[in-house]
Design a protein around this ligand. Structure first.
Ligand SMILES: Nc1ncnc2c1ncn2[C@@H]1O[C@H](COP(=O)(O)OP(=O)(O)OP(=O)(O)O)[C@@H](O)[C@H]1O
Length: 358
C-alpha cells in the first residue's frame, strides 16, 4: 500500500535548485493525498513565475516515479502563502524565527567560515581580478566559496565573472547570492540602479556590510573572500571590526609606487591584529617564447613581503583572461595555473578541507 511517508521519503532527496535544501524540509510539499494506488501531490514554490519551476516539476515527477506501488499521480505546482514563505525562510535561517534579532550565522564566534580580505594600496593593480580568480581556483579544488564585493565605489566582481544583468533571487527579505563559476557572489552592483555612483559614507557602509551577512542566505561556505576598496578607508575599518578573525591577502604590482601604498594597508592590518596570509604580486612579468620580461620592474612583491614580515605567495603573469570572454582565466593558462597554486597555498594556510575532496 502506498503511504504518505513513502511519498515524502521519495521527495526528500529533491532539492530546491537555488537553496540546495530538500523541498520536504523547506515545507514546499503542501499536500499529499492518496487514493489506492493514485496520489494527488501539491508542491508550492516561493514565488509565482519561479524561473526554476520546470526543474522542480521534472525532479518531483521523477521522484514520484520511484515510489513502489504508485501507479499514477497528479502533480500541482502552486505558490506559497506568506505563512509558508515565512517557514521557508526560517528553515534557511537555521530554524531561528525572523522576529528575533540574531547574530548572522556567519558572524557567530563559532563560525566555520574563514574570511579573507583581499586588499591593495591603490586601484588598478588587479585586486578584484585576483579575488575572483582565487575564488574560482578554490572552487575548482572543491572548496565552497563566496565573495562579498565590498569595493563599494568600484565594484567590478560581477563584470569579471561575466554575470551581466543577473541579480540575486529575493525571497521576501532574504537574498540568494548569484552563483558563477561555482562561486556565490554578492555585490553592491546588484543594488545600484544604472551604474549610479555610490555616495554612502561611514555608518551606511557598515550597515550595508552587516546586511550582506544578515540578509543573504550563504549556506555552508568554507571561505568568504572580501574584495576591499583600495587603501585604508572606512570599509577596511568596518571589516576589521565586524570580522575580527578575518585574514588579509595583499595584492600589489611590482612597481615601487604600488608596493609603498600596499605597505600602509598591510601595516593597518597588523596594527588591528589581523593576520596577513601573504602578498600576491600581480602583472609580475610577461612571458614570450619562454622568456620572462619584467615590464613593471622586479622584486616589488618580495620587498613588500619582507617589510610586512610575511611571504610572497604568488607571482601572477600578465595576460588577457579568456574563459568565456570574462575576467576568469582558464585552468590551463599560465595565470590559471598560478591561481591554482595560490589556492592550494591559501587552503593549506586556512587549514580547511576541500568539501568535495578534489
Ligand atoms: N595579470 C594580469 N594581466 C593583464 N591584465 C590584468 C591582470 N590582472 C588584472 N588585469 C587587468 O587590470 C585591470 C584592473 O584590474 P582590477 O579591476 O582587478 O584591479 P583592482 O585593483 O581591483 O582595481 P579597482 O580597485 O580600481 O577596481 C583590469 O582591466 C584587469 O583585467
Amino acid at each position: 500500500m502506498v503511504t504518505r511517508e513513502a511519498i515524502l521519503d521519495a521527495l526528500r532527496p529533491v532539492q530546491d535548485p537555488e537553496v540546495h535544501k530538500s523541498i520536504v524540509e523547506l515545507g514546499m510539499v503542501r499536500n499529499v493525498e492518496i487514493t489506492g494506488d493514485h496520489a494527488n501531490v501539491e508542491v508550492v514554490l516561493t514565488i509565482s513565475g519561479c524561473p526554476l519551476r520546470n526543474k522542480i516539476d521534472s525532479d518531483v515527477r521523477e521522484a514520484l516515479g520511484t515510489v513502489a506501488g504508485l501507479k499514477s499521480f497528479d502533480l500541482k505546482l502552486g505558490t506559497m502563502t506568506d505563512e509558508e514563505r515565512s517557514k521557508f525562510r526560517s528553515v534557511l535561517r537555521g530554524g531561528v524565527p525572523e522576529d528575533q534579532a540574531v547574530t548572522p550565522a556567519l558572524l557567530a564566534p563559532d563560525t566555520q567560515t574563514q574570511f579573507v580580505a583581499v586588499a591593495s594600496g591603490k586601484g588598478g593593480v588587479g585586486k578584484s581580478t585576483v579575488t575572483a580568480n582565487l575564488a574560482v581556483a578554490l572552487a575548482r579544488q572543491g572548496y565552497r566559496v563566496g565573495i562579498i564585493d565590498a569595493d563599494i565605489y568600484g565594484f567590478s566582481i560581477p563584470g569579471i565573472f561575466g554575470i551581466g544583468d543577473k541579480k540575486p533571487t529575493v525571497i521576501d527579505n532574504l537574498l540568494l547570492p548569484v552563483v558563477a563559476h561555482g562561486v556565490k557572489i554578492i555585490s553592491m552592483h546588484f543594488f545600484v540602479p544604472d551604474n549610479r555612483p555610490v555616495i554612502w559614507r561611514g555608518p551606511m557602509l557598515g550597515k550595508m556590510l552587516r546586511n550582506f551577512f544578515a540578509e543573504v542566505h550563504w549556506g555552508d561556505i568554507d571561505v568568504l573572500l572580501l574584495d576591499m576598496p583600495p587603501g585604508t578607508g572606512d570599509m577596511a575599518l568596518d571589516i576589521h571590526q565586524l570580522l575580527p578573525k578575518s585574514k588579509e591577502l595583499i595584492v600589489t604590482t611590482p612597481q615601487q609606487n604600488a608596493t609603498e601604498v600596499a605597505a600602509r594597508v598591510g601595516t593597518m592590518a597588523l596594527q588591528t591584529q589581523h593576520q596577513i596570509l601573504g602578498v600576491v604580486e600581480n602583472m609580475s612579468f610577461f612571458e614570450h617564447k619562454g622568456e620572462k620580461h619584467y615590464i613593471f620592474g622586479k622584486g616589488g612583491g618580495e620587498r613588500l613581503a619582507l617589510e610586512l614580515k610575511t611571504e610572497l605567495l604568488s607571482q601572477i603573469p600578465l595576460g588577457v583572461a579568456q574563459e568565456s570572454g570574462d575576467g576568469i582565466y582558464a585552468p590551463e593558462t599560465p595565470q590559471g595555473l598560478a591561481y591554482a597554486h595560490l589556492a592550494k597555498t591559501v587552503g593549506r594556510q586556512l587549514e580547511i578541507g576541500a568539501t568535495t575532496g578534489k
